[in-house]
Design a protein around this ligand. Structure first.
Ligand code: SAM
Length: 251
């Protein structure tokens, strides 16, 4: 059953989204591991780096900043104003927009599209996933390479459970607990931060997509899967990176 779970900020009470400056402290990016893997995947499938790239659910824009070293035409979109405000302050040379990935229409295409950090998993209902696929297609031309960082539903036990912040203004530790809601294919994360000032609770639901399901959604929107990739050395061990190519609408 396709339960209508709305994807909006009210569904995510995430301390790090309210304080984007902390996001990059907690997720230190492991020396740009995700962006470097993306460069490898793009090079493998395009034979060079793309000339244009759209990062959907870009958050603070850190991956985009790294990718922009070799790609001149980059755009980042995220539906959270606080994330985009921070991204614009930190990375003023990059174009960032506040947009919902279900409805985004920039009226142009890109050679590469990325969606990292489980951004797609924030979209829960089947019909909304279809809308996001339509967004990917609307910004693609034949040959565009799409890279998605997905939660591997068979490796959710590898999702991080301990989190740590240690900066001059704040020391905090968090423990995360995950709970499956199989009927909705949602994985709920409850995270509790301990700080000197007391506890703060985080909450997020992730939609899990099994590989054949993802293939079906992508195929319906004219993408063919090129391959699945993992980060080296088991970083983000629950992540599966899926690359797909837009083949265009056949007449
Ligand atoms: C965990 S963060 C990942 C950010 C960044 N891609 C990274 O890997 O560091 C997920 C991002 O997806 C964004 N997001 C969730 N739902 C969205 C939607 N419907 N449209 C656009 N962005 C969305 C959130 O605001 C958040 O910044």
């Amino acid at each position: 059953m396709d339960r209508q779970t709305d994807n909006d900020v009210s569904d995510v009470s995430n301390l790090l989204y309210r304080h984007p400056e902390l996001y990059e402290v907690v997720y230190d990016g492991a020396n740009h591991a995700v962006a470097r893997l993306a460069e490898t995947i793009l090079h493998d499938h395009l034979g060079r780096q793309p000339e244009s790239l759209l990062d959907i659910g870009c958050g603070t824009g850190r991956d985009l900043e790294y990718l922009a070293k070799h790609i001149t035409d980059v755009v980042g979109v995220d539906h959270q104003q606080a994330m985009i405000d921070y991204a614009r302050r930190r990375r003023p040379e990059i174009e960032f927009r506040v947009e919902d990935m279900r409805t985004l229409r920039l009226g142009r295409t890109f050679e590469a599209i990325t969606c990292f950090g489980y951004a797609l998993a924030n979209v829960h209902a089947n019909r909304d996933i279809d809308k996001v696929m339509a967004t990917y297609a609307a910004h693609s031309h034949p040959g565009t390479v799409l890279i998605l960082e997905m939660i591997d539903p068979l490796r959710t036990d590898k999702l991080p459970r301990g989190f740590h912040i240690d900066i001059p203004d704040l020391r905090a530790d968090a423990i995360a607990e995950y709970r499956h809601h199989p009927a909705q294919q949602l994985l709920e994360r409850q995270r509790t931060w301990r700080r000197a000032q007391g506890l703060v609770h985080d909450h997020v639901n992730y939609r899990l997509l099994y590989p054949k399901e993802l293939e079906y959604y992508l195929d319906n929107h004219h993408f063919e899967i090129l391959g699945a990739y993992e980060l080296p050395e088991k970083l983000n061990a629950a992540s599966a990176f899926v690359a797909a190519r837009y083949r265009g609408e056949q007449p």
